[in-house]
Design a protein around this ligand. Structure first.
Ligand SMILES: NC(=O)c1ccc[n+]([C@@H]2O[C@H](COP(=O)([O-])OP(=O)(O)OC[C@H]3O[C@@H](n4cnc5c(N)ncnc54)[C@H](O)[C@@H]3O)[C@@H](O)[C@H]2O)c1
Length: 328
């Protein structure tokens, strides 16, 4: 009997995706997300399905001599060397449209949790501090301004939800046309920081956006404003944020993503009561995980069936013949 093609999976995916692969692929699930583990297991794989944590750099991709496709569940492909994979003729795909609104809901949940002081109020009740109700720190969000940085799929969905809650939206995105958009756009990122009650980050991690939210912009924020990050930890200069929080220069922050994940046990961010944290889960719900797993499994099956998978992120780097194949 012919051997089944092999798929390396860095972290378990939803059962629906696994069901699609059963009987069509020999599945290897990594016991952990370490690079050494990927290096040890990738050699025989024809395809790989990754989440955000496992790094697929030159070394790992180079070891994957049979690799034809790498699928990143979700959107951010910053953990994969797109150029090197492309030059080796390996498709790198993602699964857009599977969790845009899921992340936007999380961003809005964080905005509401900050405004309504949900974590502190919960603690107050548990600690018998009922008197908290007599000097409210909570604020309304109606008529407050949310500044969206990065107006792609998730930024747009977040803006929509915020408008439904009666908020004003302003947005900054240097790469999209402003024509026909009903949001108040600005070409000046400083306006976002100066005017917003909540600044919500929705742009990718690229060399240009690395640590770009630092002292310069944090100093422009209102003392009453919150910084929300459901995008990537690399966008924020974390020591600068810690200083801004320590000096009460902003009201607080809500962070789903961090420069280093998992967040280190000695991170100063853990000690601020006005910082709300979640473990990079903004894009993961029962429903979105199912949609993501189905899309990832389909990309792998398309590859095994000799078809070009959807949503290729490294088209620019692929050999010409492979580029053209997607239009065949
Ligand atoms: N926390 C999570 O679980 C989770 C899940 C999914 C996605 N994400 C993150 O959310 C990010 C956004 O996802 P998306 O689907 O909306 O992507 P997208 O590509 O649709 O939108 C990103 C937008 O950012 C803009 N942009 C790029 N550089 C910018 C800059 N310097 N300043 C302002 N805008 C800039 C782009 O023009 C684009 O419009 C992803 O890159 C990913 O890192 C996080």
């Amino acid at each position: 009997m012919k051997d089944l093609p092999k798929v390396f999976i860095s972290e378990p995916i939803n059962a629906k995706g696994m069901e699609m692969l059963q009987g069509k692929a020999d599945i290897v699930i990594a016991p952990d997300t370490r690079k050494e583990t990927a290096l040890a297991l990738i050699g025989k794989a024809d395809a790989a399905i990754l989440r955000a944590t496992t790094i697929f750099d030159k070394e790992v991709i180079g070891e994957g001599v049979n690799l034809k496709t790498i699928v990143r569940t979700g959107i951010g492909v910053d953990n994969v060397d797109l150029k090197f994979a492309g030059e080796k003729g390996i498709y790198v795909c993602n699964t857009p449209g599977t969790n845009d609104e899921t992340v936007a809901e999380h961003a809005v949940a964080m905005i509401l949790a900050c405004a309504k002081q949900i974590i502190l109020m919960d603690k107050a009740v548990r600690n018998q501090q009922w008197k908290e109700r007599f000097s409210p720190k909570q604020i309304d969000i109606r008529n407050k301004t949310v500044g969206i940085i990065g107006y792609g799929h998730i930024g747009l969905a977040t803006a929509h939800f915020c408008r439904c809650l009666g908020m004003q939206v302003i947005a900054y995105d240097p790469f999209i046309s402003q024509a026909g958009l009903d949001t108040c756009f600005t070409n000046d990122i400083e306006v976002i920081f100066a005017k917003s009650d909540f600044v919500s980050l929705h742009c990718p991690s690229t060399p240009l956006t690395h640590k770009f939210i630092g002292t310069q912009y944090l100093n422009l924020m209102k003392k009453t404003a919150y910084l929300i990050n459901t995008s990537r930890g690399e966008l924020i200069d974390e020591p600068a944020l810690v200083t801004a929080l320590a000096e009460n220069r902003i009201a607080g922050a809500a962070l789903d993503v961090f420069k280093e994940e998992p967040l280190a046990a000695d991170s100063p961010l853990l000690h601020f009561p006005n910082v709300i944290l979640s473990p990079h889960v903004a894009g993961s719900t029962k429903e979105s995980n199912e949609r993501i797993a189905i899309a990832a499994a389909q990309a792998v099956l398309d590859t095994f069936n000799g078809q070009v998978p959807l949503n290729i992120c490294n088209l620019d780097y692929l050999p010409e013949a492979q580029k053209l194949k997607q239009f065949a």
